[in-house]
Design a protein around this ligand. Sequence first.
Ligand SMILES: Cc1cc2nc3c(=O)[nH]c(=O)nc-3n(C[C@H](O)[C@H](O)[C@H](O)COP(=O)(O)OP(=O)(O)OC[C@H]3O[C@@H](n4cnc5c(N)ncnc54)[C@H](O)[C@@H]3O)c2cc1C
Length: 603
Amino acid sequence: MRRNKRVQNCFSRRDFIKATAAGAGAAALTGLGAEEAKAQGRPVRWDKEADVVVIGAGATGLPAAIQAIEGGASVILIDANTDVGGHAILSGGNMALGGGTSRQKKYGVVDSPDLLYSDLTDWSVVEPNGFPDYRYNDKEVIRAFADESAKTYEWLIARGVTFVDKAPDTLGGHAVGNSAPRESHAAPLEWPQVQTGVAVSPERRATASSGVGLIRPLEATARKLGVQILLQHKMASIVRENANSGRVLGIVATNQGKTVNIRARKGVIIGTGGHSSNVNFRRIFDPRLTEEYQVAGEPYSFQDASGEIAAMTIGASLWGAYNQSGEFGQNVTKAGWIGCQYGYVNLSWQPDSPIFSLARATGLSVKDYQNAILVNQAGLRFYDETQGQFPANNYDSIKPYIPRSYLNAANVKYSPSNFINAALAGTGDTSPGGGPIWAIFDSDAVKREGWRVAPPYVDIGGGYFFAADTIGELAGKIASKYQRKPMPADALQSTVTRYNSFVDAGKDADFEKPTPKFKIQTPPFHAAWATPVIHDTRSGLRINAKCQVVDLKSGGGSERRSHPRPLLRRRVRGRIQLARFGAVHCAGTHRRQERCRGENLKA
Ligand SMILES: Cc1cc2nc3c(=O)[nH]c(=O)nc-3n(C[C@H](O)[C@H](O)[C@H](O)COP(=O)(O)OP(=O)(O)OC[C@H]3O[C@@H](n4cnc5c(N)ncnc54)[C@H](O)[C@@H]3O)c2cc1C
């Protein structure tokens, strides 16, 4: 087995022997007898086994698998999907890695782990809408993140990731701290994009940024090192010695209807991504997020909370929920493509995509919201259509920035930007979600935007795009399963009539849309799905700084730090709202850090 020297140094032989001994213990426990195992709800036989079993082959799972195999472990990596990558392969490939990366140094950016830590734990920084970015971050976890951030950047390069050769910037990142630019970008090279089915044009291969440039090199490295990747294997449960105590022994997965029990001699790593696609689970954090909301990443990758649920079933807990409920950046976004079910702004599904049959339409991009109004399920406008999602801080966005000073808040210009809240508010009835949002426009708008209102651009068959010769008829045609009530024709007609009067008056008396320009008056009229999109999971299982999942019943504070009761390993992503590829840190460098620490302690 090929082993990276640097990593090998971090994972001492003594560690390995210790871990192997623990594994032998686990084997003895599983050998208690079929009856007892059955009585305790554990598998009576293991179909496969490895030292480390990793669940999910995305931004967490792939680096974790590589790190484990480089440390000398045998590794099985499973993924429920037909291909690797999860949300990460669809992502922009923008990675907020700072603290003094080689790229930061090359371009003269001053940064350090302490500066990064200070930025990401600064209670005094607030968004233009008043929400604090960093106040509720877990300092223990952020300290580890800050210490390992730069090393993770180098780790990725050593495992095949090519970064765009330019100075770190702020593109694609939000809230990565005020003190230094920290965004680097994975070059897509020649890898085909999942969303288009083809590689980006040759002149952009080294300069664009894309998750495919992160995931495909890591996949290639993992395979080359001998990680056994099992696709279409969905983890159904995690097996622990006892219901809520003892070692984690392995997992139960399903593969095309068959149960596969996989024993993990040394550890299980959960890299299942999160819970944005699980309606009931995401509503733990925000009860408004009912079933109609789109999720960025679908229909390729569904984060269905299976990791959280499996871990919570055997004793884990959630943690750091504010980062998911807080209103900043891309928590919930305005639809970027309308007239299709999956319209996240940076993800347009093209007919050559291998999963286009699931996406069904590319959608229409709105260049100018003067060409459409947005109405809720009751046919009523709710806000200035030109507004967008929640704002976010970034490098240099608070000036002057004085670390941990109350004056920072005073330097932020208050700007609530409540478009998303208005969309989610609904129509004043008792239904918890806001219901669908529809873009309404006429044939003149179609010409001005240069749209083609037919498949594959819009999804007529799926119920995400409608056309009619009158506004009243259009309202009657909107027959989405997500409409809790039919849209009243008279309500939509009076909304359009009133909006047209604002065009005559040159002023939007309801929502102050800047000088409404165009009437909606020329048939055919159209209604295109424009419901907001949930972007990420931003909180997850309780972990310590070693990315070990900690039981709910374990103590907190110093007790937790000195006597953690690790359950199993888990990605950190959800907990570091500020750097979504924190998962890479966790699975890669945090694990390395943990091993290095162990060795240092012994030395
Ligand atoms: C369109 C888009 C753009 C983004 N752009 C950026 C960006 O530019 N920068 C950034 O930092 N972040 C970005 N993000 C967020 C980033 O992609 C995620 O934070 C990151 O991928 C999370 O990594 P993960 O490993 O936890 O989950 P994922 O990458 O989603 O991987 C989870 C994997 O687990 C698998 N899985 C789930 N449940 C099971 C199960 N029960 N059994 C087996 N397998 C399972 C899934 O199939 C999936 O392959 C973006 C996200 C999207 C959707």
